[in-house]
Design a protein around this ligand. Structure first.
Ligand SMILES: N[C@@H](CCC(=O)N[C@@H](CS)C(=O)NCC(=O)O)C(=O)O
Length: 212
């Protein structure tokens, strides 16, 4: 299997954590999102993912899967242990809700192509773009996640779940953009704890072969 990703991509980071938690290996192929005007927009990559987004997972038979949560769902189905979705149906729904809050409601508003569109065609200043980023990552975003999570070491239950897999990369992003999240105490504790686990640590952007 080949995972097309980018070291700083939080969506690819989610998939790397899932692979590591399941003890699976995958060949990584770097798609540089900035170099050459963005390698994700070149015809050879668009043939793999017509959305021009990473990650994409190429299976051994050549099938391509896109969308990080769909890829993780595929891994969960094919390699069910250890589980990334809690067995308890209520906890499972809560873990999915946190994952979807991040993947559907926070991340798309702050994605590279959205920020570039604000700066380019819409002519907004860097200050406007920074304010946009800060607003959408906090309001109804990580501040809501802070209220939703129930665990102390992980978002829900005693094991890392899809919620943690989505949370840790989003926290990395927030810090990278120098967003003050120090008031989010539960998130800070879960982030600290997860980053001590080898599966999370090895998935960190700084550990990737394509890291700048
Ligand atoms: N919903 C998609 C989001 C994928 C996505 O937005 N990836 C970003 C990197 S985190 C990307 O490829 N951005 C390229 C761009 O904005 O041009 C998923 O979860 O896989």
């Amino acid at each position: 299997m080949k995972l097309y990703g980018y070291f700083r991509s939080s969506a690819a980071y989610r998939v790397r954590i899932a692979f590591n938690l399941k003890g699976l290996t995958v060949e990584q192929v770097g798609i540089h999102l900035v170099k050459d005007g963005g390698q994700q927009l070149k015809p050879d990559y668009l043939a793999r993912n017509p959305q021009g987004l990473v990650p994409a997972l190429e299976l051994d038979d050549g099938t391509i899967l896109t969308q990080s949560l769909a890829i993780i769902d595929y891994l969960e189905t094919v390699h069910p242990h250890p589980r990334l979705i809690p067995v308890d149906p209520v906890l499972a729904a809560k873990a999915r809700a946190v994952a979807l809050t991040i993947a559907c409601d926070i991340h798309p508003l702050n994605n590279l192509r959205v920020l570039n569109y604000l700066k380019g065609p819409l002519g907004r200043t860097q200050e406007d773009v920074d304010q946009w980023y800060r607003h959408w990552i906090l309001k109804g975003g990580l501040e809501a996640v802070e209220a939703l999570i129930e665990g102390e070491r992980f978002c829900f239950g005693d094991h890392p779940s899809l919620a943690d897999i989505c949370l840790i990369p989003q926290v990395f992003n927030a810090r990278r953009y120098k967003i003050d999240i120090s008031h989010l105490k539960k998130i800070a504790e879960i982030d600290r704890h997860c980053n001590e686990i080898a599966a999370f640590n090895a998935a960190h952007p700084s550990q990737q072969p394509d890291a700048d």
